[in-house]
Write a protein that binds this ligand. Structure first.
Ligand SMILES: [Zn+2]
Length: 128
């Protein structure tokens, strides 16, 4: 596991990852539910879709739309166990440990918070 600010800075340089930004719908959703509730959703998604050993459909378990957490997962390379291994150093040959789930949720939350604070300039991912 890496320092969250370092990893977000590295991710922001990836042309693939920087395509993912929150749209107006996701921003509204986040604003109306609040970060705490959305963090709980993230924990639920991670626990169900990523944390088990050999999760079903690994590499394809995270939709590209429908929830701000999904967008955040693609933006932060927490979308599947392969990306978690490659970018975050979390081994994918076993179930995730609780500390790894906490870290993953924290990465997603940090990214979501930065997106919210980035105001109305989501087309400028370098500001992240
Ligand atoms: Zn992935």
């Amino acid at each position: 596991m890496n320092d969250i600010d370092d990893i977000l800075a590295r991710l922001a340089k990836s042309p693939f990852r920087q395509r993912f930004v929150l749209g107006p719908r996701e921003r509204d959703y986040l604003a109306s539910k609040g970060v705490d509730a959305v963090r709980d959703h993230a924990r639920h998604f991670i626990g169900k879709r990523l944390a088990p050993a050999k999760p079903p459909n690994d590499g394809k378990q995270t939709p590209f739309r429908g929830h701000p957490v999904f967008i955040a997962q693609h933006a932060t390379a927490t979308c599947c166990r392969g990306c978690l291994t490659k970018w975050h150093g979390i081994p994918n040959d076993r179930a995730m440990e609780n500390t790894e789930v906490d870290y993953t949720v924290a990465v997603i939350e940090r990214w979501l918070t930065r997106q919210t604070n980035a105001g109305h300039e989501p087309q400028e991912p370098r500001l992240l």
